[in-house]
Ligand binder design. Structure first.
Ligand code: NOJ
Length: 564
């Protein structure tokens, strides 16, 4: 039995996903470009900043398989890049196309794939298409957006919206345009008008754009809110969903998303990617269930399901979520495993909320074991590997535009919290921007101690643990390619599961409680002995013998293989 999980005792080369099935066996790391590293000195992260940190992500660093970049296209920034003014190039804020090419080349040289965020449901209102559409209704772009006449006038003579559809960011989804004397529809901000996907020119131009990026070497795409592209052709109102706190939840969204025509477009989009080896996509299912995510999943094309991300830190909640995901996806569909992204509170803050700050790192490590050992492709959000917490941004200082429209009861309020600059060092601006520069959002308050440099030097830090776990995941085939079977434990705070690929089996046991536990696991383990090989703690706990009794330290999660 090894005395400690010294990374050098593991295989020196991470089993790097060079193969075409990397979308399934690999790990994706999401970068929020504004916050990763600022090379230009304007307080906002950029592509040269990312390039400067590729070694951190590459085989000698985290050894992830792909980076997903949140939008890098020109944008007025009303939704911080998710309002795109030109999908075919890079925002000067982030650099140039030459920088982009250097980034792709540098990433590929290190075995890292590059996934771009495609925002195709809507554009910025500053996009040339919308400007033309607004000013020239009978021109070539006149029908590219969802324009409609008013349903009538109210008692004061004001035009009434064509139906009851809402904006997710608050209020009606319809905005009146004085010039066209018509309403246009927007699922998000009024500055993000939705495209009219029923006009064949729209999917055509999107496919041209997709091909352009693929030709440039991009390995895949994350599809922003892809199930919203098509709306009911007759624009019928949504039926009521009864009383709920948030207006959005008071409607059944059966007319403003999830229309059957989506599948036709997906088939076309996916066929284009499939015609080029090694390409993949992941769709962001907006306001949908695990079952719906599973139904849209096919090989090479994952769909985010946010079930795990919505759970509190408890064995019962995670157990139920894992069971539901496994049931919905079945053995043949491959899930995407997500604990955080740029829209959600960070897991280190969220999951340790009830246990308290003292347990934050321990929860972050245990959550990392969960995320890296479930069946599916893990998507890590930058800073998650440091146990980074949320920052507190008062409402009147909020930068996230939707946070200015809606109150703290809004489920994405306030996304500034999870977008703070990446702390690299204990120096000025945590090394994320040159000294003296004001970063676009404040640093986390503990950046002096919680940063890449200090955590690299500490073998027990969240970062060192994550690096070790990533290598273990790559080394043990069942963890990145195997089936999953849940194993009962007789302690309610413990979850266990088995991963199996061929003859190889790996056991994962997680103690969700901040107290030591002793528990007996189910008989599916068989009469063998299991040896802990990795987990939250560097010093492994005792082997698990044929009596199947496990001893776990507070918040310990272990990964064990069969002795033999
Ligand atoms: C989903 C993205 O994740 C979110 O950040 C954005 O605000 C909306 N789509 C609108 O594009």
């Amino acid at each position: 039995m090894p005395l400690s999980h010294d990374p050098s005792s593991l295989s020196p080369e991470p089993a790097h996903a060079a193969a075409a099935d990397w979308w399934q066996t690999g790990v994706v790391y999401q970068i929020y470009p504004r916050s990763f590293a600022d090379a230009s000195g304007d307080g906002v992260g950029d592509l040269p900043g990312i390039i400067a940190h590729l070694d951190y992500l590459g085989p000698d660093g985290l050894a992830i398989d792909a980076i997903w970049l949140s939008p890098i296209y020109p944008s007025p920034g009303r939704d911080l890049g998710y309002d795109v003014a030109d999908h075919t190039t890079v925002d000067p804020l982030f650099g140039t196309m030459a920088d982009f090419d250097r980034l792709v080349e540098g990433a590929h040289r290190r075995g890292i794939r590059v996934i771009l965020d495609l925002v195709m449901n809507h554009t910025s209102d500053q996009h040339a298409w919308f400007q033309e559409s607004r000013t020239d209704p009978s021109g070539p772009y006149g029908d590219w957006y969802l324009w409609r006449d008013p349903a009538g006038l109210d008692s004061r003579g004001r035009p009434q919206p064509p139906n009851n559809w809402l904006s997710f960011f608050g209020g009606s989804g319809w905005t009146w345009d004085e010039g066209r004397r018509q309403f246009y529809f927007h699922t998000f901000l009024a500055e993000q008008p939705d495209l009219n996907w029923r006009n064949p020119a729209v999917p055509d131009v999107q496919m041209d754009m997709v091909r352009g990026w693929l030709d440039r070497g991009v390995d895949g795409f994350r599809l922003d809110v892809f199930n919203v592209f098509y709306k009911d052709a007759a624009l019928r109102s949504n039926p009521s969903a009864g009383s709920h706190r948030q207006a959005w939840d008071r409607q059944l969204h059966i007319r403003d998303k999830d229309q059957p025509e989506l599948e036709e477009f997906l088939a076309r989009f996916r066929a284009e990617l499939d015609s080029r080896p090694g390409r993949m996509s992941v769709g962001e299912l907006f306001s949908g269930t695990t079952e719906r995510a599973a139904s849209l999943t096919v090989p090479r094309h994952l769909v985010f399901d946010f079930m795990l991300l919505q759970q509190p830190w408890s064995a019962a909640a995670f157990g139920a979520a894992i069971d539901r995901i496994e049931r919905a996806f079945g053995p043949d569909r491959w899930p995407a495993i997500v604990l955080s992204n740029h829209d959600q509170p960070r897991p280190a803050s969220r999951l340790s909320k009830d246990l308290g700050e003292a347990h934050r790192d321990a929860v972050a490590k245990a959550a990392a074991v969960v995320e890296l050992t479930l069946r599916g492709t893990p998507f890590l959000y930058y800073g998650e590997e440091l146990g980074l917490g949320d920052i507190d941004v008062p409402r009147d200082e909020a930068i996230d535009p939707p946070a200015r429209r809606v109150g703290p009861e809004f489920r994405w309020w306030n996304r500034d919290g999870c977008r703070s600059p990446m702390p690299w060092t204990d120096g000025p601006n945590a090394g994320c921007a040159p000294p003296g520069v004001r970063t676009w959002l404040p640093l986390v308050p503990d950046a002096r101690t919680r940063n890449v440099a200090s955590q690299t030097a500490d073998p027990d830090s969240v970062l060192s643990t994550e690096r070790r776990l990533l290598r273990t995941r790559a080394r043990l085939r069942p963890l990145h390619a195997g089936s999953l079977e849940r194993i009962p434990a007789d302690d309610p705070d413990v979850l266990a599961w088995l991963r199996a690929a061929g003859d190889e089996r790996v056991l994962i046991v997680v103690n969700f409680a901040p107290r030591p536990v002793q528990t007996v696991l189910g008989s599916a383990l068989g009469g063998t002995t299991w040896t802990p090989v990795d987990g939250t703690h560097r010093e492994p706990g005792p082997a698990i013998g044929p009596e199947r009794r496990v001893f776990l330290r507070p918040l310990e999660a272990l990964i064990a293989t069969e002795a033999g």
